[in-house]
Design a binder for this molecule. Structure first.
Ligand code: FMN
Length: 163
């Protein structure tokens, strides 16, 4: 089984998740606020989408599922991540939630694919940046929505064969 696990507070992450779904074959869409993350156990490949809230915090539904996430063995699983944030409003915590989820799943053995360049973004600090690149796709609907479709297209092409 392959699935996109996401949660959203204002609809942005859901919109991006749907666009990714349209561009990939054989993926199911799972809203974790309704269905939780139990099905991750059945997935060999998955995509995880998370937005950042508070000051660099996980979106609430991901916060609620964090304990369950920490109980999943990600070895032998391939994972691509995407995150939404606001680089102008939160330049010191830009898309931190993506970095927080990355820390969890990579420390539990996941094979992470879909890292992207930080070029074209303007921020000071981000937990989503590791070794000079983003750990996944970063979307900023608040300031750069004009770039969203192109970013999603390029990313989906780059991960398609890996998932
Ligand atoms: C109160 C509030 C706090 C936020 N905190 C952050 C933050 O710390 N870092 C960040 O990059 N974006 C932050 N954002 C921006 C959201 O992550 C962004 O709007 C995102 O697209 C929301 O996605 P969602 O509607 O799917 O939850 C914040 C937005 C609001 C309204």
């Amino acid at each position: 089984m392959k699935a996109i696990f996401y949660a959203t507070s204002t609809g942005n992450t859901e919109e991006v998740a749907n666009k990714i779904l349209e561009r990939l074959d054989d993926f199911e869409l799972i809203d974790i606020s309704r269905d939780g993350i139990d099905k991750m156990k059945e997935c060999d490949s998955m995509i995880i989408g998370v937005s950042t809230w508070g000051e660099g915090d996980l979106q609430d539904d991901w916060e609620d599922c964090l304990g369950d996430l920490q109980a999943i063995d990600f070895s032998n699983k391939t994972v691509a991540l995407f995150g939404l944030g606001d680089q102008d409003g939160y330049p010191d915590e830009f898309s931190n939630a993506l970095g927080i989820i990355y820390e969890e799943v990579s420390s539990q053995g996941a094979n992470i694919v879909g890292q992207t360049s930080t070029e074209g973004y303007d921020y000071d600090e981000s937990k989503a940046e590791v070794n000079g690149e983003f750990v996944g796709l970063v979307i900023d609907e608040d300031n750069q929505s004009i770039l969203t479709d192109e970013r999603i297209n390029n990313w989906c092409i780059s991960i398609k064969e890996k998932l």
